[in-house]
Design a protein around this ligand. Structure first.
Ligand code: BGC
Length: 766
């Protein structure tokens, strides 16, 4: 009953979130007007002014002290501010320093930058401020922090991704920031990579659907209002699947695989109007993406028709010299990158890019027309955002910043993300009468709930944690009363702290809740040597198990850290990803049965560090040492997630069973809540192509729908698959569906059907 109430309340809460921007007067001009204005402005600009527009500089380059000085107080250095904005005409500023800023501080800093641009430069072109908003407007004090994208993917609820986009936009705009570097559309099939939590996981379709929803939320009806931001999908292309698992390291993927698995979310984002895209910091098939003309100019801007701004990643043009070794000096790096099609250089530290670019154009090694193309794109974005009319809206227009409704949306996202992976002998939900020991590095930490990009880049500093947010321990104490909850941390991330004390307290408790986790980290600091959960944390669980008390593991981690030696010791396992500031409360709700979990894994959880598979692997990958097909044996499969109730599937119908190229496949299935509690279930549709000229994946997700059922209630869920769903990309880069047998599978049910004729499209499109 409670659950039902909660579902209704939350659906109401999401539905009642204002559609910001709708009905608001747009400051945006029409397409023709914009392009006329852009051309007129461009015609008046000097080469130096154009080169300056193409720089995206770090805020700290305008401030007192060293860039990485870690200043306790961030203050403008007027000389630097004037030099860069006035003298070098720099057109874009980004990011922050050591600590997050309040709304007022942001508005002051950005307002002052705009003032210098407006009043001290010849043409008064506004600056565009960009920032990372990975799970909310995470660098503004007090903003709503959501689950990271991986958790959103586990919810399988696009409405929650849309709400995240919408609220991030609102709260970024409240801070005067109109441009956010996200969403991450990196499909990640490399489980060792440290930024998996920032992605929607390993599946192309989920990434596309959730990415689209986020963009819909963030951009609303179009740019140019007080509540919409420009998004910047990233990192084009292949970034999420580095060959060796380390961040920013080489990706080796054939073009037809890139097109089939990695490109579609970007194609869709472009179609939805994404006005900027960030480039992959690493290399693709040996060529650093930042100099890959085929990738940026031919594919992205040409074939996909992307008309927005292509921005480099952090310092990645200068990195072409020392890191990638494809340019003998910075001059050559700038030439290669701009000629490849980069429009804006995220050069955090200084104006060197602009200076070099001017020289290159003067000597004729970068065409002036290429610079014009880049600046045209940048000015168009600024105009679409309405920055020429108004760089910031009054603070009073943002009364809902961090409001209850926003926090509720984040809480709901956290609840729906939680994925129950094991529940033996009904250990969960826990009885409220029981005494629990709460232990583990993640048990009493807001940082382990929020991960990286939380007030600071690393997310590890505790000084900037929000007051009033509850850790798992605090949320359980609130629910059960302090007398029923004991606590010992047990371990740090990699070292024993007081395992012995935890074991002693376990003796006095009825149940142990061990919150294990992965310390917050991103980019290079997130590289690891071993995918196993650190030994100290596993040793803690082994020591606790000796008490004979039942153990429930709560996992707060980005990557699926291998736990095969302790999994048998746990009666229950709850995956929480990085659920954000409301995660502690959400975990307590699920553990105590006040919320029925419904998340589904967005990746394949490996059993062994040497067996890393994606769910849509090839059958040949399943061959084992005895030449059988038993090698695919993950700890938990992609799409897996338990509930406190049971769902039964029946009556799968697929029609027509002989499909011609003109047909669409209609699929229906009846789902019944056959258990004792209300609950939500994500109905997932998988497709298998039985034989194809390119070895087909064993299955692919082609549809999902989340439904809510009372005990005993049934619902018929319908899907329609067009012929494009049957296609793959062949080595000639054509989307093709080959005649033959296919299988649709939903839950335990499956149905074979056939395609009667081949269908071939050209390169790129479906
Ligand atoms: C990251 C990007 C991020 C950018 C700006 C880079 O190092 O790879 O994802 O948007 O920094 O902070």
């Amino acid at each position: 009953m409670f659950l039902r109430g909660r579902i209704l309340f939350c659906l109401f809460a999401l539905a009642s979130l204002p559609e910001y921007g709708i009905g608001q007067e747009k400051r945006m001009a029409t397409g023709t007007e914009t392009s006329q204005k852009v051309e007129a402005l461009l015609a008046r600009m000097t080469l130096e002014e154009k080169a300056g527009q193409m720089v995206n500089i770090g805020l700290m380059a305008l401030c007192e002290g060293e860039f990485y000085g870690g200043q306790d107080t961030i203050r403008f250095d007027s000389a630097k501010l004037y030099r860069l904005i006035r003298d070098y005409h720099i057109g874009s500023v980004q990011n922050m320093g050591k600590y997050p800023l309040t709304i007022k501080e942001w508005r002051y800093f950005i307002g002052r930058i705009q003032e210098v641009a407006r009043e001290e430069t010849r043409l008064g072109i506004p600056v565009i401020y960009g920032i990372d908003g990975v799970h909310g407007a995470n660098y503004t004090v007090g903003s709503t922090l959501f689950p990271h994208q991986l958790g959103l993917a586990a919810t399988r609820n696009p409405k929650l991704a849309e709400a995240t986009g919408r609220i991030t936009a609102y709260e970024a705009m409240a801070s005067g920031i109109p441009w956010v570097y996200g969403p991450s559309l990196d499909v990640s099939k490399q489980l060792q990579w440290g930024r998996i939590s920032e992605t929607f996981g390993e599946d192309t379709y989920i990434t596309q659907v959730m990415g689209d929803a986020y963009i819909r939320g963030a951009e609303g009806e179009g740019l140019g209002g007080p509540y919409q931001i420009a998004v910047c999908p990233k990192h084009f292309l292949g970034y999420g699947t580095p060959f060796n698992g380390k961040d920013r390291s080489p990706v080796y993927l054939p073009e037809h695989i890139l097109r089939q698995y990695y490109l579609p979310p970007f194609v869709s984002a472009i179609q939805k109007g994404a006005p900027s895209i960030m480039i992959n910091s690493g290399s693709l098939n040996g060529v650093p993406c930042h100099i890959d003309k085929y990738l940026i100019t031919d594919l992205l801007k040409g074939e996909l028709g992307f008309e927005g701004v292509v921005i480099s990643d952090w310092a990645d043009i200068m990195n072409l010299v020392e890191v990638h070794q494809v340019a003998k000096d910075e001059q050559e790096a700038v030439r290669l990158a701009v000629n490849a099609g980069i429009d804006m250089c995220m050069e955090p530290y200084d104006e060197s890019f602009a200076v070099k670019l001017v020289e290159l154009v003067k000597e004729g090694s970068v065409p002036a027309s290429r610079v014009d193309d880049a600046v045209r794109r940048i000015l168009t974005l600024k105009m679409k955002l309405g920055l020429f009319e108004q760089t910031m809206y009054p603070e009073s227009q943002y009364p809902d910043f961090a409001s209850e409704a926003f926090v509720e949306a984040s809480f709901q996202a956290a609840l729906e993300s939680l994925t129950l992976l094991k529940n033996e002998k009904g250990i969960l939900p826990l009885s409220k009468e029981k005494k629990v020991l709460v232990t583990g590095v993640a048990a009493n930490s807001l940082n382990y709930l929020n991960g990286a990009w939380s007030r600071t880049f690393s997310g590890r500093e505790t000084d900037y944690n929000d007051e009033g947010k509850l850790t798992v321990l605090e949320a359980l104490q609130t629910k059960l009363g302090k007398d029923k909850v004991s606590y010992a941390q047990g371990t740090g991330y990699e070292e024993d702290i007081n395992t012995a004390e935890a074991v002693r307290l376990a003796g006095e408790a009825d149940v142990i809740i061990a919150c294990l986790g992965e310390q917050p980290a991103t980019e290079k600091p997130s590289d690891i040597e071993d995918l196993s959960m650190p030994a100290a944390q596993r040793e803690l669980v082994k020591a606790l198990a000796k008490t004979g008390k039942p153990i429930v593991l709560v996992l707060l981690e980005g990557r699926p850290r291998v736990i095969s030696d302790i999994e048998p010791l746990a009666a229950g396992i709850l995956m929480a990803y990085y659920p954000g500031n409301e995660g502690g409360r959400a975990i307590a709700e699920v553990l105590m049965g006040d919320y029925n979990p419904n998340g589904k894994l967005p990746y394949t959880y490996p059993r062994h560090t040497g067996s890393l598979y994606a769910y849509d692997h090839l059958r040949s990958e399943e061959r084992d040492v005895n030449w059988g097909f038993n090698a695919f044996n993950p700890q938990f499969e992609f799409g897996f997630g338990l509930s406190y109730t049971d769902f039964t599937y029946q009556g799968l119908e697929v029609s027509p069973l002989e499909m011609s190229p003109e047909d669409s496949l209609r699929i229906s299935v009846q789902v019944t809540n056959s258990g004792p509690r209300a609950g939500m279930e994500c109905v997932q549709l998988f497709l298998t192509d039985k034989v194809a000229s390119v070895s087909p994946p064993v299955k692919q997700l082609k549809g999902f729908e989340k439904i809510s059922l009372a005990p005993g209630e049934s619902q018929t869920v319908q899907f329609t698959l067009g012929p494009e769903a049957l296609k793959f990309v062949n080595p000639s880069n054509q989307w093709i569906a080959e005649a033959g047998q296919f299988v649709v599978a939903i839950g335990p049910l499956s149905q074979e059907f056939s395609l009667t004729q081949d269908i071939i499209s050209g390169a790129g499109a479906h």
